[in-house]
Design a protein around this ligand. Sequence first.
Ligand SMILES: [Zn+2]
Length: 416
Amino acid sequence: MDRTRMSSARPVPLRRADIPAAAGPPRRASSTGAVLGAILDHGPVARSTIARLTGLSPASVTGHCGVLIGRGLIKEGPETAGPRGLGRPHVPVEIDTARYLLAGAHVAVTHTTLALMDLRGRLVSEERLPHTSTEPAEVLGRMAERLPRMLAAHGSGRTALALGVATGHWVDPAAGVVLHHPQLGWRDVPVREVLAKATGLPVHVDSHSRALARAEQLVGVASTRASAVVLFVGNVVDAAFVSSGTVHQGPRFGAGNVAHLPVGTGDGSTTCVCRVTGCLQSEVSEPAMLHRAARQGLRVATFPELLRRAVEGEAAVVSLFRRRARFVGRAAAVLLDMFDPEVLVVVEPGAGRLAPCLAELRAVAAERSLVCDDAERSVVPSSFTGRVLATAGPAVALGALHDDPLGPWPALPAVS
Ligand SMILES: [Zn+2]
């Protein structure tokens, strides 16, 4: 596809006509999507309650529920008495998890995580495929080859509705293309096209930070419905922003590159790929952590090993994660003041699993941020700690389903 017009060297300002139609108006949940969302949140739930939650008329809710039942996405539960035994008995509706699954893949630098998720957002199974090469054909080919076997082994006879794919850096969800992932060496990789052909499934592609922001909105713990910042710290360091209820994409789908926020002091730190010291990425990424561990004489081969040793309480390793937490806290403070979100979600395993790291991160964020008056409330670890990568892929598909449950989902019965 023609990427030249999206080049940063464009000679004229971005004009209205330059923005692809798909990127134009922000995505808004359809009424059917709003009903499905209310059922995901509150099911089993009475139709009258859904009407109150969504602001739709009871007749309209009944219509949407009929369509969703027809598609096999929700089902009626057993009849219940009215509240406190008063009022008319009602038949509540809930998400039907018996028929369909969502498949997902997260492509990290060293491995791909394949996962299956049910329609309530619960992981059914996950599997790690280490990369023997990062060639797109190889990575995508293995994913497509492995998926049917995983479905057969763990799907309990359910049908996959779609495949969601998430990865770091710069992803164009409208085209289904990974535009640029420097660490994988990927440029303009047509992931949707390749995987749709190889798997026969509808394929949705997005950045892992946007995918995790959507997952927090749909099935997360913290309040992220109206606004949120998701800060992802792994091999890749990037972010996603929720504003007015929508995960922000930007006309070039490039929002969220926070890797070069100048948070470091520069002394003794590694030089970033951008040739200065003290960038967020060069202080806190997984390679930076391994580099620092080696400089301190710690013998450690991989990041998962480093994390395991921190969780086991090895003092020198814990202090590395506490240092990381302080630098992430500095970035969190900048992002909190820039966006003033309901919450800032930190996707970082130290903050997710080690209480002193989260405390340290919150303390630095509170000390440096102007708007953060209660860091316990406004800075939270990922709802998916320990299963972040497994969640990211299928969350892309779950988000697409909720955006448009009446859309082209070939596995679902047609909408009459
Ligand atoms: Zn940099």
